[in-house]
Design a binder for this molecule. Structure first.
Ligand code: AHM
Ligand code: MG
Length: 336
């Protein structure tokens, strides 16, 4: 019976990726190895995030541990875990982290064909109150392993091979695209394995939720202000949309992917490029959205067509259900 099969025939993330790779005869397992290192780092961060509240309660955080060392802040710790896991995979050449000003070039003996851009622990304002936070990553192919350069990561998002995020929420959820759809996995803590729980995620064509920091409304441009007004006071007889805003991109995007709707981090007068970073926030989430049947738009163009000039460049972003993004595109087109 198929219900039994689900319980005894577990599709782990490793098994899933190996299956996918077997469709590409040229593949030699490098991607599977890289991904297993990313997954290990996510499990480590998940366990640290889960313990963080307790550590504080019993007086560990911010104090010295038995070795007399300062306890590391969660975001610093997560960054170290990811950098070390990625380098030790032996499959990376360049790493770009939101935590580090400069890119990390892997030493020649440990180099491999991939470049990874990532935000090790996004949603910093939510760390200390136990609200969902996450890791976001994107993967590019290096042009020449013998001579990696910044040009290898200053690529449009459409050149990414894979992207995903891990959400540290009420459960630990890993969402991945390798360019043929989107799949979601949930950590089974008793096994320590991510199990396929959300196969082939498709975002609803139109949603009932909008997600934006409305506290910035005073500084918005015309199309954004008009769009949000229309979410609340629709003119076509439809019901107003609900507002949901967590302030953790991973959590807000995850809900958007599953329930539909639109997530906006627009430009405003104070931040003309918005807040979110192109390489490790905008691109991976845009890639996932498109692969799930949605869209991602910057206010000027398809987000994945952007060519970043700097590692930590920012861009406005509107992403989510196909029809909802279509509306905001029309408003910006009318303005141009
Ligand atoms: P961070 O890198 O400091 O955590 O900032 C990124 C976060 C995103 O997760 C989230 O979408 C956004 O900032 C929320 O910003 P705001 O507080 O301006 O609404
Ligand atoms: Mg961030």
């Amino acid at each position: 019976h198929s219900a039994d099969a689900h319980r005894t025939d577990l599709m782990t993330i490793t098994r899933f990726v190996l299956n996918e790779q077997s469709k590409h005869p040229e593949s030699r397992g490098d991607f599977t190895i890289l991904l297993s290192h990313i997954v290990l780092a996510c499990k480590f961060v998940c366990s640290s995030v889960n313990k963080a509240g307790l550590a504080k309660l019993i007086g560990l955080a911010g104090e010295t541990n038995v070795q007399g060392e300062e306890q590391k802040k969660l975001d610093v710790l997560s960054n170290e875990v990811f950098i070390k896991a990625l380098i030790s995979s032996g499959r990376t050449s360049i790493l770009v982290s939101e935590e580090d000003e400069e890119a990390t070039f892997v030493e020649p003996s440990l180099r491999g064909k991939y470049c990874v851009v990532f935000d090790p622990l996004d949603g910093s304002s939510n760390i200390d109150c136990g609200v969902s936070i996450g890791t976001i990553f994107g993967i590019y192919m290096v042009n020449d392993v013998n001579e990696p350069t910044l040009e290898d990561v200053l690529q449009p998002g459409k050149n990414m091979l894979a992207a995903g995020y891990c959400m540290y929420g009420s459960s630990c959820t890993f969402v991945l695209t390798t360019g043929s759809g989107v799949n979601g996995f949930t950590l089974d803590p008793s096994l320590g394995e991510f199990i396929l729980t959300h196969p082939d995620i498709k975002i609803p064509k139109k949603g009932k939720i909008y997600s934006v920091n409305e506290g910035n409304a005073k500084n918005w441009d015309g199309p954004t202000a008009f769009y949000v007004e229309r979410c609340k006071f629709p003119k076509d007889g439809s019901s107003p949309k609900s507002l949901r805003y967590i302030g953790s991109m991973v959590a807000d995007v995850h809900r958007t992917l599953l329930y539909g709707g639109i997530f906006l981090y627009p430009a405003d007068k104070k931040s003309p490029n918005g807040k979110l970073r192109v390489l490790y926030e905008v691109f991976p989430m845009s890639f996932l959205m498109e692969q799930a049947g949605g869209q991602a738009f910057t206010g000027k163009q398809r987000a994945l067509d952007l060519i970043p000039k700097k590692l930590h460049e920012r861009s406005p972003i509107f992403l989510g259900s196909y029809d909802d993004v279509e509306e905001i595109k029309a408003l910006y087109a009318a303005e141009a």
